[in-house]
Design a protein around this ligand. Structure first.
Ligand code: ADP
Ligand code: MG
Length: 570
């Protein structure tokens, strides 16, 4: 391997040359204590920055191998190191000068969730640490200014790495706390099924966020406090006993006046599929990790989805077992989201009235009398939620502040009152007894168990230069076709969206053959990235085009379902 001096000499030699001369720096260089790998060099100072990695041998990095054996502790440590390194290099960001992106130094920005990211990887067997970052190679105009790059490589990066990537320079207690939190969170997740629960919300948790644009915990919020009847104790391996509200499997209704904290509780449950960092307030809010938020999403496309649980006898006579549209309505989109959630193997639906189609959720008695059944294609969710639990084992947590109709079929009714939950099940059932209960139409069980097959899309699969563009967390374009992901509310991070785009491309090229079912494609892809890392789907050029974060299978299938050109058949 070349030495750092070789790099320095090369950089001196190309100073003041045209920008493309930077390309010669590609390669790996042994620095004192780490290897600097220049993986991809940008074409000009205004282009997307160059890709660089810092590789530190296990002995040198020094992290206890015991921390790396379980994926959840390894991921928590990687996440913590990404944040620490990010803080360190921020001190040097744009401290080297020049035009365009000259001097930029950046790594993945982590939010409140702890995700596996390509930015930072620890090898479980050796402890070898790889950190990937972006560096804007400095230039004045298009003339190389290599003395500025020498500052970055020979001063800034070594200092930042020294301060944040070596076990010996870190506070061991703080690192151990990160590992212990991950173990405690994992313990709760594993304990849920045996306790018959689909979610746990600890006493003292802070659920609301600071604002619509900040995911930090709200200051002076009312801490969560479980109703006595629902309080369970989790005996955590490190923190010891933690009490909180256990939400049992079955059908749970969250009611209460407007602005009393219903949606805030549901949102916390939605994101409880991920672990959260220390001081987030939701560290011990843990949800069944297959949970799926279901909402109305008018305008989305639907390909051969069996929505016959909810939609039948449409005016045009369309077969709703293979429902297809380029422009779904509120109710049909929500029906498709439920059906596709079943196809994805979820065991918990999370539904908020704020984002639901009313006619999908209920049909009141008076309306049933005036508009006869055969004139109404929609069987509302209220008539299906019980059989979904009994026949398919899928629980639901539903926020419904405006209709008491769900009282009949709920197993548990929680009232949010001034941000505090109360168990009002008995009262709600007593009041409901005076009204006639909802009746349901019979349903075909095939609608609970369907698997569609995506068809090959050669125009993209065979295109060697597919144009992928990720515009924030909610929009991707593939060869100019926009894929709208606003309906996937549990996507936590733009890097997950990036990963989904690359996974989709990989699936189109290698897995979608017109025979494999959609869930089989998704399972195979998730297995691949979990075993080999996200690099496995995005390293075609020898370098990672962007920082990627691990998505869930639910969002992967959600992405494929919203990709209009991808035809999926029953
Ligand atoms: P709902 O869905 O019942 O109408 P929301 O969950 O939207 O109510 O909450 C209404 C407002 O109250 C939001 O601005 C939210 O941030 C705030 N809020 C929610 N929970 C708490 C809490 N525990 N402490 C303080 N404010 C809260
Ligand atoms: Mg609300």
């Amino acid at each position: 391997m070349k030495r750092s001096d070789d790099l320095k000499n090369l950089l001196y030699a190309i100073n003041r040359k045209g920008y493309p001369a930077y390309k010669d720096t590609r390669g790996q260089y042994q620095f004192p204590g780490f290897v600097l790998s220049i993986d991809h060099v940008q074409g000009d100072p205004f282009a997307s920055p160059s890709k660089v990695s810092i590789i530190i041998e296990g002995k040198q990095a020094g992290f206890p191998l015991a921390y790396l054996q379980k994926p959840w502790t390894r991921i928590a440590l990687q996440d913590d190191l990404t944040r620490r390194f990010g803080q360190e290099i921020e001190k040097y960001n744009f401290k080297a000068k020049g035009s365009g992106k000259s001097g930029l130094i950046s790594v993945s920005r982590c939010g409140q969730e702890v995700l596996e990211r390509t930015c930072c990887a620890l090898q479980p067997d050796t402890g070898k640490l790889t950190v990937r970052l972006e560096v804007g190679f400095p230039a004045n105009g298009r003339t190389i200014n290599s003395s500025e790059l020498i500052k970055i490589f020979f001063e800034f990066l070594p200092r930042a790495a020294q301060a944040s990537l070596l076990y010996k320079s870190l506070n061991h207690q703080e690192i151990e706390d990160v590992i212990h939190l991950a173990e405690d969170q994992h313990f709760i997740r594993e304990a849920l099924p045996a306790m018959g629960l689909c979610a746990f919300v600890a006493d003292g948790a802070i659920l609301p966020r600071r604002s619509g644009v900040s995911q930090l915990p709200m200051k002076n919020a009312v801490p969560f406090r479980s109703p006595d009847s629902l309080r369970v104790t989790m005996e955590l391996p490190h923190r010891g006993p933690v009490t909180g509200m256990g939400i049992p499997r079955g059908i749970t209704l969250i009611v209460g006046g407007g602005y009393h904290g219903k949606s805030t509780l549901l949102k916390a449950l939605e994101l409880g599929v991920y672990n959260h960092i220390r001081n987030d307030g939701r560290e011990y809010v843990i949800t069944d990790d297959s949970a799926l938020k279901i909402r109305a999403e008018d305008g989305r496309c639907i390909h051969h989805t069996d929505v016959s649980l909810f939609i039948n006898n449409l005016p045009g006579g369309a077969d709703t077992r293979v429902f297809t549209t380029e422009d779904a309505s509120g109710s049909t989109s929500q029906a498709a989201n439920v059906a596709e959630g079943l196809e994805a193997g979820t065991s918990l639906f999370l539904i908020d009235e704020d984002t639901s189609a009313t006619n999908f959720m209920i049909r009141d008695e008076l309306m049933q009398e005036v508009i006869s059944r055969d004139k109404e294609p929609i069987t509302p969710f209220i008539e299906r939620v019980r059989p979904l639990y009994q026949k398919a084992g899928v629980s639901s947590v539903i926020v419904a502040g405006s209709s008491g109709a769900y009282f009949y079929i709920a197993d548990l009714v929680i009232q949010m009152d001034c941000y505090q939950p109360f168990d009002i099940t008995a009262l709600a059932k007593e009041k409901a007894a005076a009204y006639t209960p909802v009746s349901s139409l019979p349903m075909s069980e095939s609608a609970l168990d369907f698997r569609r097959v995506p068809e090959p899309l050669p125009a993209i699969a065979r295109d060697p230069r597919v144009k992928l563009k990720v515009m924030g967390r909610e929009t991707v374009s593939i060869n100019r076709e926009q894929i709208d992901l606003r309906g996937l509310e549990q996507l936590a991070d733009q890097e997950q969206t990036e990963a989904l785009a690359y996974m989709t491309l990989y699936a189109l090229r290698r897995l979608i053959d017109g025979k494999r079912s959609l869930p089989a494609v998704a399972d195979q892809l998730m297995k691949l990235v979990q075993e080999k890392g996200l690099e496995a789907v995005a390293m075609e050029n020898g370098w990672l085009p962007a920082g990627l974060a691990m998505p869930r299978k639910q969002e992967l299938m959600g992405f494929l379902n919203r990709f209009r050109s991808l035809k999926i058949r029953s």
